[in-house]
Design a protein around this ligand. Structure first.
Ligand SMILES: [Zn+2]
Length: 196
């Protein structure tokens, strides 16, 4: 948007107008050059966002979803996108039957990305009258474990009785319940057994 007369990039926006039609989103600017004083118009026109196929890999799973992006935009590997499944980083772009590193979205068929939402790793101790089963869990960041929760973890059904620090380790004891609030087994990353 450099001044067309003197080429300066010292530009002041005097006025801007947005217009949306069925297919396009248009921004019209009235600009003034700070160097030579030339006043001119600049119109930026973007195609309206449409859904793109997005495949997000996260640890050993992958999720198929869509993301709305403007076909006028450009996409590049390494770009970060905000999706309904959190932030992802573009790892590959599929155009026709080719994988490319950079493309105008207009030509893109599928976007491949990996999740950059890093799970929270916490400790989970089950007190077995002297013996302790100690787990490391990878939880989603917004996963909350509260004191009083009855939880299944492997073959234990336990009640959470204390939480250390800002959720670094959760302490629990087995209870004689058949039902539980949620199952943490699938989040186990590592297990150790300790005995006194
Ligand atoms: Zn100028």
């Amino acid at each position: 948007m450099d001044c067309p007369i003197c080429g300066s990039d010292d530009i002041e926006i005097l006025n801007s107008k947005q217009k949306t039609t069925k297919k396009k989103y248009t921004e019209e600017y009235l600009l003034k050059c700070g160097e030579c004083g030339h006043v001119y118009k600049n119109v930026i026109s973007l195609k309206k966002p449409r859904p793109y196929r997005l495949i997000i890999s996260e640890q050993d799973k992958s999720h198929k979803t869509t993301i709305d992006l403007s076909p006028s935009d450009e996409l590049q590997t390494g770009d970060t996108l905000l999706t309904e499944l959190g932030q992802v980083e573009v790892t590959s772009i599929e155009v026709g039957d080719k994988r490319v590193e950079k493309s105008k979205l207009e030509d893109v068929d599928t976007i491949w990305a990996s999740s950059v939402e890093i799970p929270a790793r916490i400790g989970f101790s089950v007190d077995l009258h002297g013996d302790v089963d100690s787990y490391k869990l990878d939880l989603e960041r917004d996963f909350e474990i509260a004191p009083g929760d009855v939880v299944k973890i492997e073959n234990h059904i336990v009640k959470v009785f204390a939480k250390a620090g800002v959720i670094k380790r959760v302490y629990s004891k087995p209870v004689r319940f058949n039902s539980y609030d949620y199952d943490l087994t699938k989040y186990i990353f590592k297990k150790t057994k300790k005995s006194d």
